[in-house]
Each structure stands twice: as C-alpha cells, then as structure tokens.
Design a protein around this ligand. Structure first.
Ligand code: SIN
Length: 562
C-alpha cells in the first residue's frame, strides 16, 4: 500500500476550502490545491456579506423562517436549523482570525459591527467588510494558511478526476500541470470545495466561475447530484457589454436602492409587498420580464438618493468600479441585468459534508446540503461554506487518518497532445449560449428539448476529437457538458414552477416539494458516458450499471430526501 500524499486533500481554495484547511491542520496533514490566481474562485468576488443572527434584536427562528420561505418549500429544515444555529459561532471564529468586518458607527447600537439587509431577510443580519467581504475573508484566511506548517499548497495543478480503488473508496485526485504532465495526489480523505456551475452560462457575476467540474468528478465515482435545475441568477449584475463581469451587491437594495424600468418607474412594489427586497428568484424574474418588454436590454438600479458620503462609506468598491466604467453612482442610476450567480444544486451531502462515496466530502457551492432548497437566500452562501467546513473538519479529525487496504487504481496518462484550444473554446462558448438561451430564468419544454439536442451534438464533436479530450481542458469541458446535460434533464423532469425553476408549460407549483437527484447513470441512459469513462480507465465502468445510490442514502441518513 502506498503512503498517501496527505491525510486530507482539499480541492479548492475559496472560503470553504481555506476554513477546512485551518480547522483540520493542527491534527492532520493537509494538501490544498487552489488556482494560481485567487480571482478564479467565486468567494473572492462575494460583496454583500455573511448572514447570521448577531444582533440581540434578531433570533434564530426568524433566520430559519426567512431561509425556508426563500427556499420555496424545498429546503431541508434540519440542514437550515443546523446552519443557522451554528452561524454565530462561525462568525466569531472569523472575527478571532482577524477578518476586518465593518464596525457600527452609531454609538447607540447594541452590536459592535454594522449589519446590513438583503433580499428575503426580515432583519438586519448581514455582517460585512465594506462591499468586499469575500476578499477580506479570503485574504485573512489565506495569510494563516500560508503560515501553517501542516498545510502544503499546490497551485500548479488542474485537477480533473478522483482516484478510487476496487471497493469504490475515494483515494485522492489526479490532474495535470501546465505542461500536460499528470500527477496523482493520494489522501485518506478528499474534500471537494470546487465551487458551482455558473460557468455553464454566458453572463455571470464573477469573471471566471467554475462549470461544475467538481460535481461531475464526484458523480463519476457514484455520488448523487441533487437539485441541479435550481441555478440562481443574481438580479443585478452591471450591464457592461464591453467590460468584465461585475456584481452590484444586493446590499445596495438593502440600503434603499430602487429598481426602475425604462420609463423610470419602480416596478417591484406592484409585484411583491417586499418590493426590491423580495427573494432573488422573484426579483430576477421581474427584471427579466421588464427587459423583454423594453428595448435597452437592462433596467436601472438607483442609489443616488443615499448621498455621496453614505455611498462612499457603504459601497467603495462598487463606486470605484462603476466610476472606472464611466458611471457616477452618486449622480446617476446603474444599468443592471440578471446574471448566473450561484448553483443551489450540487453533490448531495449530509451535515458533515459526507457524500455517497466513502472518504469523499463536498463543501461550499459544490455541495447540496439542503440549506438553499429551490432558491438561496442572500448571504447564506458564505455562511454555509463556514458552517459545513467546520463540521466537516470535526468529522475528519474524529475519524483520523484511516486508510482503506485496497490498492489505488491509478488512471493511465493519456498520450501528450497539444491542446486544440480554438476547438475547445468554441465548444465551450456554444455550450454557454445554449444554456443561456434555453435553461435560464424562464424555461419551456420545447426549449429544453432544443438544449438537449444541441448539447448532445457538442458532446459528440468533443468525443470525436481525441486530441482535445486527452488534455485537462478537454476533460473539464467534457465534465461541464455532462453537467449541462444533467441540468437540462432535471429541468425537464420537474413539472412545476418552484423557486428558481420557472417553466411556462407548468407555471403552477405542485402541492408537495420533492428534491431531484441525478447520477452518472442518467448519462449512460443518454449514451454519453461509456467512452469517457473507458478513456479515463476508471476501471469501475460497472459503476454506471450498479444501483449505487439508494442503499448508501438510507445508511448514511443523508439530508436530501428524494
Ligand atoms: C451580493 O452581495 O448581492 C451577493 C451576496 C450573495 O450572493 O449572497
């Protein structure tokens, strides 16, 4: 039996991955694989903040209730209670790490840090670091990670698959370096913190979001994916066709910003009594409808009435970015559009991040814990990253460095090939166009069929190009296409409208909310999987034929109840 590279292998270095690394590293050796540039994760771009019950005026039941309402009947209440209850301690942990949260300036306030509001929340409960909370948290945690002697960082690898053994345990991961040389990292426990799947879409709120590759790596080993059809579109991304993706935080509406249509009229109050602070699915659909009715391709978000001083105090990053794009937000309204922002679905896990696969965990946006249901409430995402990273860490430390006895089945290194970058970029772009056209804020049955057919053509084109599939980018693109296909399938099979899934064919909601689950077997049915698995020599090709999921589900008492 070979010695593992580390006790715990963490793939992904956003808030979830960094928190987990720090929470286990005093007891276990950690290898942390993160991109060379921080900009590649979503965490760093999170603006608004972290939701938790911090003010003595607030209470846990209120946060739980708001989350359940936003989730439109599909949240797992146990996961919601667990997350909200552990929220205040997770924030205190961040404060202890030195995160520079914005202090409250009002001397009569009863909580020392400023708390803002966002959509769906009936109380001020969002702690933040100006309007760049993700950056402040990542920078603080990364500093500690760099100094920790038990954490080895690898930022030279692109992970493309997980290692397994004959019993189906996860035994680490493999990937390639910049020269397309493949490397294996074995571990007792492997944790995916690889982000969501917003990169499946053309317009996103972060410049380079992932496209669900980590989710598919887990699925390839037999893990269930849940609720993939619930892709969240943030209502307000800067409309800037020539510029980079840039989020305009929901906190802008929380502090009093108005949404205006082309005629300059507020349209939210007539649609929902919560007006601009209704949950995101409601606001994004309303904006989408206004855009369809209008000619400009965007609506307006106006915060200018707050005044220069308050805007500079609350939103320095947004003010600076908009200024650099020629928009003075103290004087004029901001042009905004909805854009893909967050995947509510992902790898199904229990409350410790355990997946269906032994020794494989998933935390953060990669996971589907049941917290978000059909629509994530604002600022519950970083909270989930923290709470589940900490509970996963506790579980791993309790388990220790236990090692299965089976030999690892290492994948064969594909023959080196120069990546045909133009073909790969073209297929990726086409995939994003298809998803944005047909699997977006409003869906219909015929559009989903078109998406399925067009994605299948892209999969075939990629498979026919052996040179492309042998590269790490080819493999990641294949995973993205597979996840896109599974997302379409999930949308097709939900015959109702709920939360973020709105379809014109079934505009009503069914009386009983049921989570959806997908596995790699669904792709076998669609004829997509065999060649790819064979190519990777994952050996356990039977995986697709085995009924892997159900028994594990029952045994592990996973929180997502199908
Ligand atoms: C925002 O600042 O609007 C984003 C925060 C979130 O997605 O929860």
């Amino acid at each position: 039996m070979s010695t593992p590279t580390s006790d715990v292998l963490i793939i992904g270095g956003g808030v979830a991955g960094l928190t987990l690394a720090l929470e286990v590293a005093d007891w276990m050796s950690v290898t942390l694989v993160r991109p060379a540039q921080d900009d590649q994760g979503a965490s760093r771009w999170a603006q608004g903040g972290i939701a938790a019950v911090l003010s003595p005026d607030d209470n846990l039941e209120a946060h739980i209730n708001d989350t359940l309402v936003a989730g439109d009947g599909l949240c797992d209440e146990e996961a919601v209670r667990f997350t909200v209850t552990h929220g205040p301690a997770a924030i205190q942990w961040l404060i202890d790490q030195g995160v520079p949260f914005t202090p409250e300036t009002d001397s009569s306030a009863i909580y020392p840090y400023h708390l803002t509001r966002e959509g769906g929340h009936n109380a001020r409960r969002i702690i933040h670091a100006d309007d760049a909370t993700g950056r402040a948290v990542v920078d603080t945690l990364l500093d500690k990670v760099i100094q920790h002697p038990n954490i080895t960082q690898r930022n030279d690898l692109t992970i493309v698959g997980l290692l397994t053994d004959a019993l189906g345990n996860c035994r680490g991961a493999y990937g390639s370096d910049a020269n397309q040389q493949w490397h294996s990292l074995s571990a007792c426990h492997t944790v995916l913190a690889t982000g969501g799947a917003s990169g499946l879409y053309l317009h996103t709120t972060t410049p380079a979001p992932s496209s669900g590759e980590g989710m598919m790596m887990a699925a390839e080993l037999g893990a269930r994916l849940a609720n993939l059809e619930f892709q969240q579109f943030h209502p307000t991304c800067l409309f800037d066709p020539e510029g980079p993706a840039f989020l305009i935080s929901e906190a802008v509406r929380g502090e009093g910003g108005y949404l205006l249509n082309e005629a300059g009229h507020r349209f939210m109050p007539a649609l929902d009594k919560r007006a601009e602070l209704a949950p995101r699915d409601v606001v994004a659909r309303a904006i989408d409808a206004e855009i369809q009715r209008g000619t400009q391709g965007h609506v307006w978000l106006d915060i200018s009435h707050l005044g220069e001083k308050a805007i500079r105090h609350h939103f320095p990053t947004i003010q600076a970015h908009c200024g650099s794009r020629g928009i003075d937000i103290t004087q004029q309204a901001i042009p905004v559009v909805p854009a893909a922002h967050y995947s509510c679905g992902g790898v199904a896990t229990n409350l410790q991040g355990a997946t269906d696969v032994a020794h494989l965990y998933a935390i953060g946006e990669t996971a589907c814990t049941g917290l978000h249901g059909a629509n994530r409430m604002a600022s519950n995402s970083l909270l989930e990253c923290l709470v589940f990273a900490r509970s996963c860490a506790q579980a791993l430390v309790a388990l220790g460095a236990c090692l299965p006895k089976e030999e690892i089945q290492y994948p064969k290194q594909p023959a080196y090939s120069t990546p045909p970058l133009a073909i790969l970029a073209d297929i990726r772009q086409q995939m994003r166009v298809i998803m944005s056209q047909h699997v977006s804020i409003v869906r219909c049955a015929s559009g989903l069929i078109d998406a399925q057919e067009q994605l299948q053509i892209l999969v075939n084109t990629l498979d026919e190009n052996a040179g492309a599939i042998a590269t790490s980018e080819g493999q990641r693109l294949h995973q993205a296409l597979q996840l896109a296909m599974l997302t379409v399938l999930s949308a097709q099979q939900r015959h109702e409208s709920r939360g973020l899934h709105f379809t014109t064919d079934w505009p009503q909601q069914l009386p009983k909310a049921v989570a959806s689950t997908r596995s790699i077997k669904d792709l076998a049915i669609e004829n997509l999987v065999d060649d790819d698995l064979a190519h990777k020599n994952l050996a356990d090709k039977n995986l697709v034929d085995k009924n892997l999921v159900d028994k594990n589900l029952v045994d592990k008492n996973l929180v997502i109840k199908a």
